[in-house]
Design a protein around this ligand. Structure first.
Ligand code: ZN
Length: 407
């Protein structure tokens, strides 16, 4: 291995794969607040035994007294429970399996009165639209769909792709702020997200506190906000928009969240979170149906199936970090004891690199970029320490199956 090889995004120069799952040490902790492509990313921690922090957390989860956690949840909900027919808990939802599980459990097991709120996907898939509707029709949950200005959103997605190689960033921003933003509008004091991000390798400390910090969701001056790698102020001037066009993207300030006494929590703190079990629950209780066919880039049919943008999100993570959709899905399933590491590695070899040709035309139209420019951009995102040329084709230097160019 050439130690002097250039790395992009401040990624670790030496690629290592977790001994327990198939994730590598190139996985960034969070890509939401990315400001520019050269920004150094914090990556998933590995311990001295070569085990990633997400796998360590799975071990820690076994030590948690879940009975006690459930009692804590009951106490918390009791404090917020409404008695006059008003909503008492807001569940940010995509209509996917996890949020459907969360909203349904809160309503029917814990007798709360949840409102599910959805930041509209870029391009709804048929399966996504049906599941979104089934949450109310079959699941009996009230739901609110919030759709940002489509002209602005497609422009931001384009900028995010061209500036950051991260076309999903504006959507993730929306999903992140929609809870506090709409809770204030509806006068709801408790927000309950579903899963805990530590499950996927974010810092373990995040899991010690059942409440998330208001600073995670807020910004003090909207004009300073950076979306798609550019300041809103700049985008307004360059593309002739006004601040009004960005209303949906502006989160409440820390002061506004604190003064309205909104608490933001996540069910994963109180309940043992298992995506596959959420899926079975949602099928049973909210009319959730898997996609009609296997999702692009992975073997699964039930995770993140609502937006045609998702395959491009994972394709860009594959190009930037060498970690595609199968690596994420299979690692999670290894941790939850559904498949072995060897099975996961096999699935990675089969699906991780799959190109989302099915939606390419639609994606390029959506962001007004022609296909040649799309491919040029993709190739510019390949870090030299991860990719090399072999017989005129790009190849990963290292894979979990030890089949890379430099393995
Ligand atoms: Zn791991």
């Amino acid at each position: 291995m050439n130690q002097k090889m250039k790395t992009f995004y401040g990624l670790p120069a030496v690629v290592k794969f977790c001994k327990k799952c198939v994730i590598s040490n190139q996985r960034p902790n969070s890509t939401v607040e990315m400001k520019n492509i050269n920004e150094k990313k914090e990556t998933i921690a590995f311990d001295d035994d070569g085990v990633c922090s997400a796998c360590s957390y799975t071990r820690e989860k076994k030590e948690i007294n879940w009975k006690l956690r459930e009692e804590k949840l009951f106490e918390l909900l009791e404090k917020y429970r409404s008695k006059d027919g008003s909503y008492d808990v807001l569940v940010p939802s995509s209509g996917g399996k996890d949020s459907s599980f969360a909203a349904h459990l809160l309503k029917y097991k814990y007798k709360m009165n949840p409102l599910a709120v959805t930041w509209a996907p870029n391009m709804f898939t048929r399966a996504g639209w049906n599941n979104f509707n089934n949450l109310t029709r079959v699941g009996g949950i009230d739901s609110f769909l919030y759709t940002p200005n489509g002209k602005v959103h497609s422009l931001l997605t384009k900028l995010a792709f061209l500036n950051l190689g991260h076309p999903f960033q504006p959507f993730i921003h929306g999903q992140k702020i929609i809870g506090p933003k709409l809770a204030r509008k509806f006068g709801i004091k408790l927000i309950m997200y579903g899963e805990n991000q530590a499950e996927y390798g974010n810092p373990l400390e995040d899991n010690l506190d059942p409440f998330m910090k208001p600073t995670f969701f807020s910004i003090d001056n909207p004009l300073d906000m950076i979306l798609g790698g550019e300041k809103i102020d700049t985008i307004m001037k360059k593309y002739n928009f006004t601040l009004n066009d960005f209303s949906s993207y502006i989160p409440p300030s820390v002061k506004e969240i604190e003064s309205s006494d909104i608490k933001v929590s996540f069910l994963g703190y109180f309940e043992q979170w298992d995506p596959q079990e959420c899926y079975y629950y949602a099928v049973e209780n909210t009319g959730f149906k898997p996609a009609y066919e296997r999702s692009i880039g992975t073997y699964s049919r039930y995770a993140e199936i609502d937006d045609k943008m998702v395959p491009f999100h994972f394709y860009t993570t594959f190009i930037k970090f060498g970690i595609g959709r199968t690596s994420y899905d299979a690692s999670q399933e290894v941790r939850n004891g559904k498949i072995t590491r060897a099975e996961a590695a096999y699935l990675v070899s089969k699906f991780d690199s799959e190109f989302p040709s099915k939606y390419l035309k639609e994606f390029c139209e959506y962001i007004s970029v022609n296909e040649d420019d799309f491919y040029r951009k993709i190739d510019s995102l390949r870090s030299p320490h991860l990719w090399g040329m072999n017989g005129g084709e790009w190849k990963l230097r290292h894979t979990v199956n030890i089949t890379g160019l430099d393995d």
